[in-house]
Design a protein around this ligand. Structure first.
Ligand code: DGI
Ligand code: FE
Ligand code: FE
Length: 190
């Protein structure tokens, strides 16, 4: 699918602000794919569609998670996490995106997971560092992203986990698994 066609589909699903974020994620994902040798077209497509389900009603998302037999534990964690797996399902169903790598990059864009693919890391990181993002620590992650993809993903995960802990929020297991996996790999390298 061409960029303009994908953007037109996604625009209808999003607010103006979220659409601007989406373009930032797609453009950042393209740059990261070029820098780290991933498929640029897939990175762009996954970036464009990553928040496709962001504004679906909670009850619709809950129903899809149950009916499609997605990870049951999702329902006991914050509903902010649901748009990622539900989005991966809906872009296949409604926008005809079939590419498995693109779909898994959408599926794991919020939580991450152990053994992330390069494309998953790129979309996860692009979502965190796109130019519109302003949270504390984001500039550090932007700098690291110029040098080392795994290090940057770990830094983003660490910030997110710290942020969630500071709010007394729960941490979804896949987020912890993603963090442990990359930190362990780093230790094994040393
Ligand atoms: O959809 P976006 O706003 O672009 O960003 P996102 O898909 O990363 O999801 C937003 C938030 O979900 C993230 O900033 C923090 C929140 N969140 C709640 N529980 C968890 C979580 N994020 C992760 N990674 N893990 C959690 O357990
Ligand atoms: Fe998201
Ligand atoms: Fe996003």
């Amino acid at each position: 699918m061409k960029r303009d066609q994908a953007l037109a589909i996604v625009k209808e699903q999003l607010t103006e602000k979220r659409y601007v974020h989406t373009i930032g994620v797609a453009d950042t994902a393209v740059k990261l794919a070029e820098r780290y040798g991933a498929n640029v077209e897939k990175a762009e497509l996954a970036g464009i569609f990553h928040d496709y389900a962001k504004f679906r009603p909670k009850e619709e998302m809950r129903q899809i998670i149950v009916e499609q037999q997605m990870a049951k534990e999702l329902l006991s964690f914050h509903h902010e996490l649901w748009h990622a797996p539900v989005g991966a399902y809906l872009v296949q169903k409604e926008a005809g995106i079939q590419d498995k790598e693109v779909l898994s990059a959408i599926l794991y864009h919020t939580t991450g997971r152990a053994q992330m693919t390069k494309l998953e890391k790129i979309v996860f990181l692009a979502d965190y560092i796109e130019p519109g993002r302003k949270f504390p620590g984001v500039d550090d992650v932007r700098q690291i992203a110029k040098k080392d993809l795994d290090e940057a993903v770990v830094a983003a995960l660490r910030n997110t986990i710290n942020f969630l802990m500071s709010k007394n929020a729960t941490i979804y297991p896949d987020t912890v698994y993603a963090y442990n996996d990359l930190v362990q790999k780093k230790i094994l390298e040393e």
